[in-house]
Design a protein around this ligand. Structure first.
Ligand code: SAH
Length: 242
């Protein structure tokens, strides 16, 4: 048995079936997770949800509701989005086992980690995925790639459980990771600095900032690295204004 719960949060965005919310609560409790956050969910505290949660009413009752994804993950140092589909922005998808190994290592080093799941009908929106460090795809048959929401959570939570059970190595990094809030402030700063230059997006693809985000998100910046970048941006800004 795992003695202390890992700070790994499951976030469900725009879930439309109460039964799925209940089934997710159960999948989490089975695997030792307890932090459930819901972004703009359906009315979920009904008979169906409690029936599917079964012995995990406590996880369901403690669920935290947010108006949008940003506030559900703003304090997290590592965020995984999940999707069955390939998106326009080229993420290199991570498999659940690698996601779990990273999640456990980063969580054990004291950072908050989130795994975000999309709605049953449309999945995660591109703007939501842009907030995530990595995209996780559960390998499936090519014929039908989309799992039921709670089953997708079950698979990721199971991998996290196994990784937590096996993990005893010391964390690689001692500096806390930059949180989503820190990163968002850096992106605003970077955009401001770029606006003050004659920089042009020659790719003409119109999604320059999405690609820039991908670079920094992949790097999983820690707070010291983020302070260095912010310092550089401020120095450039001072030069622009001089
Ligand atoms: N019709 C939606 C599918 C939603 S399934 C779409 O086209 O995107 C509901 C959620 O379960 C997804 O948003 C994702 O979070 C998760 N999910 C389902 N299948 C998955 C898979 N193969 N890999 C990773 N996540 C998956």
């Amino acid at each position: 048995m795992m003695d202390t719960a890992l700070p790994v949060r499951i976030v469900l965005s725009h879930t439309s079936h109460p039964g799925n919310v209940g089934a997710v609560a159960r999948a989490m409790k089975n695997m030792g997770l307890s932090e459930l956050h819901l972004v703009n969910p359906c009315e979920y505290r009904d008979y169906e949800a409690y029936a599917r949660a079964s012995g995990a009413d406590d996880v369901l009752n403690a669920a935290v509701v947010h108006p949008q994804l940003h506030s559900a993950i703003s304090d997290c140092g590592l965020v995984f989005g999940t999707s069955a589909r390939q998106r326009h922005i080229p993420f290199v998808p991570v498999e659940p086992r690698d996601c779990a190994a990273q999640a456990v290592q980063v969580a054990k080093a004291g950072n908050r980690v989130a795994v975000v799941f999309g709605s049953e009908r449309t999945g995660l929106q591109n703007e939501e995925l842009a907030l995530c460090h990595h995209l996780v795809t559960i390998p499936t048959s090519d014929v039908y790639t989309s799992l039921n929401l709670a089953m997708a959570v079950q698979i990721i939570a199971y991998e996290i459980f196994l990784a937590a059970r096996g993990e005893c190595a010391a964390p690689e990094r001692d500096e806390p990771l930059a949180t989503i809030d820190d990163l968002e402030r850096m992106y605003v700063h970077l955009s401001d600095v770029l606006e003050g230059t004659h920089f042009r997006d020659h790719s003409q693809s119109g999604n320059l900032m999405s690609r820039v985000r991908r670079i920094f998100n992949r790097a999983q910046l820690d707070q010291r690295e983020l302070r260095i970048l912010r310092g550089m941006l401020t120095a450039l800004q001072d030069k622009q204004q001089a």
